[in-house]
Design a protein around this ligand. Sequence first.
Ligand code: FES
Length: 150
Amino acid sequence: MATFNLTVNGQPRSVEAEPEMPLLWVLRDELGLVGTKYGCGIGACGACTVHLDGAAIRSCSLPVSQVGEQPVTTIEGLSADGDHPVQLAWLEHDVPQCGYCQAGQIMSAAALLDGIPNPDEAEISAGMSGNICRCGTYTRIHAAVKSAAE
Ligand code: FES
């Protein structure tokens, strides 16, 4: 076990964990931030997407020892009141079906729009291609990303 001093959603958080513990489990089990979901555990589905220093990453595949001083943002910290443009667009387009993958979808969409404020169709498809939705809400996800960009 080792102590890791993280910055999560703008707050300093100190955790005791095995260095190889994936960030996902530190967030969920040590810090109680259960909005970030476990889907596949092998970096293939995107359910566990969070921001590391502003970039969308798979928290299931990142050992906590590699976080260092880079700030982590989870769905709980994306906005103060759920009013990030992507979150509002998600509501407007009634995107979720079961909802399980949606935190990861939203975090990927927010990072995409940070990098490309007005993505074209192909850029939206490419930017969101790493996030799988078993309910098949892709059409609404695409529309919501487009509307969040406007
Ligand atoms: Fe991390 Fe699927 S749980 S990519």
